[in-house]
Design a protein around this ligand. Sequence first.
Ligand SMILES: C[S@@+](CC[C@H](N)C(=O)[O-])C[C@H]1O[C@@H](n2cnc3c(N)ncnc32)[C@H](O)[C@@H]1O
Length: 258
Amino acid sequence: MSSAAPHDNFTLKEEIRAYWSARAESFDLSYGHAIKSDRELRAFQRLLRDSFGAEPLDVLDLACGTGEITRALLSLKHRVTALDFSETMLERARAKHGKAARFRLGDAENLLDADDSYDALITRHLVWTLTDPEAAFTQWFRVLRPGGRLLVIDGDWVNRSRWQALVNRFGTWLRDRRGAPAHQIDADTHASITKRFYFNEGLSRQRLEDMLTAAGFTDIAPADYGQVVRAQQMTAPLHDAIRLGSSTRFALLARKRA
Ligand SMILES: C[S@@+](CC[C@H](N)C(=O)[O-])C[C@H]1O[C@@H](n2cnc3c(N)ncnc32)[C@H](O)[C@@H]1O
């Protein structure tokens, strides 16, 4: 069977879900995942205010994981719907936020919401693993109200420049020397699924911008996620602060024309 057959694609999605479900328990322990300080929360709040404005909105947190982006949204009084296809991830998010947000078990590539349901959409670290990003972006455009905004926070988790590779090796060496835990579980599964992702050669800001444009989004511009990463680095142990600087991270803000 060809590797592009839809059946294979479905299998890959199931594998991705199982991978994240297995990581749910330790997910928040890694730096760059859970919001670990007031400084980081404030950086998130600035990013969200700059992206979506100051008024409370109907916001969809796509692939909410353990609910950390939801936490930042709720702190600004947004009305949050948080969606993830992993039951175990969603359970953790639900345990943190209870009835403060609406939780949905579902596939971010196949949304069941009516057209024009949300003022804003946000997603962190989902796009790089999508199996059908064109379908996903079309869906995201559809459920957004005219004039609404999409904020994508992601990065290139496949390629590193020589400098980034050096920084990563040093941070990892320091971590191991200190006996600090790695938290990254099942490296074999990670490598196996990453090879079959749509963006298996890495996600770039330009590629994302082109695809969002093709889906109908306009006014696409970078957003300052760097302020969140810098806040994370200030509270992280040195080895994690170093490793946080070893990948290309970016955020893009896009609009559905009013
Ligand atoms: C790296 S985690 C990011 C979690 C959260 N957005 C954050 O930044 O803390 C990726 C999440 O995407 C979810 N996910 C991956 N593909 C998905 C899909 N097609 N639909 C819904 N959730 C998905 C996984 O279950 C996992 O919770």
